[in-house]
Design a protein around this ligand. Structure first.
Ligand SMILES: [Zn+2]
Length: 235
């Protein structure tokens, strides 16, 4: 957690308030957890933010933000945005490959015909000279190499994406479990989830928060950008 004004790290402190009311002698003694801009409190920098923030208020706002984020994906636990995107990309790649394979077939047939023609040029029965024919063959051969290259690249791309999708699947499943259980979790569990989801929280004056989600998880939820569009939420 960082100070949004000086960028310094915030530390947790227990702030103890103890005083006796003069009127009736009641003793007030309460402790409150606060986040403190250490640099500001020590006069180590010209931070123009707040010195302390009530931790409870900040934590509650972060929990609420994460709750809202999970709310949307709870409806479709089996269909990650990523899987949908992959299926789409994979289909478009297949269509491109089909087109390229047709082109490959056309060029291969053409090459065979040109090769057949070689005999005819040797006996002088062809309309082509051997030089013309050899140039034509080279052109078609180059075209074939290019097409094969493209097909291979497309196949590799899909395979790579599939492999990385397999890799992130456990992560995605974890994410979905969190989404499902978040609201009924204990505070400690919520804190654990948040610590794994969120990479940076910045606190600004008047309890404005900027929350940065771990990139790995960000791709699972399209609504994250929407949620943080203003990039600032208020506690
Ligand atoms: Zn500061």
């Amino acid at each position: 957690m960082f100070c949004g004004h000086c960028g310094g790290r915030l530390t947790s402190i227990v702030y103890r308030e103890k005083y006796t009311r003069k009127k009736d002698g009641t003793v007030y003694d309460r402790s409150q957890l606060k986040y403190l801009c250490y640099h500001k409190s020590r006069g180590l920098c010209k931070c123009d933010g707040q010195s302390t923030y009530v931790a409870e208020r900040v934590d509650a706002a972060v929990v609420e933000l994460i709750h809202q984020m999970f709310e949307n994906i709870k409806d479709a636990p089996d269909e990650g945005d990523i899987q949908k995107r992959f299926a789409k990309e994979s289909a478009s790649s297949k269509a491109q490959q089909t087109k390229l394979n047709l082109e490959l077939k056309k060029n291969s047939d053409q090459l065979l015909k040109l090769q057949d023609e070689i005999g005819a040029t040797l006996t002088g029965d062809s309309v082509y000279t051997p030089e013309q024919l050899s140039t034509a063959i080279k052109t078609v051969e180059n075209r074939i190499v290019n097409i094969k290259d493209k097909i291979e690249r497309l196949q590799n791309e899909v395979n790579c994406k599939k492999a990385s999708l397999e890799q992130i699947r456990p992560m995605f499943e974890q994410f979905v479990r969190w989404a499902r259980d978040f609201d009924t979790c204990t505070i400690e569990q919520k804190k654990m989830i948040i610590s794994r989801l969120v990479t940076r929280i910045e606190l600004h004056k008047d309890y404005e928060l900027t929350v940065e989600l771990n990139e790995e998880y960000q791709k699972f939820c399209e609504n994250w950008v929407k949620l943080t569009e203003s990039s600032v939420i208020s506690a």
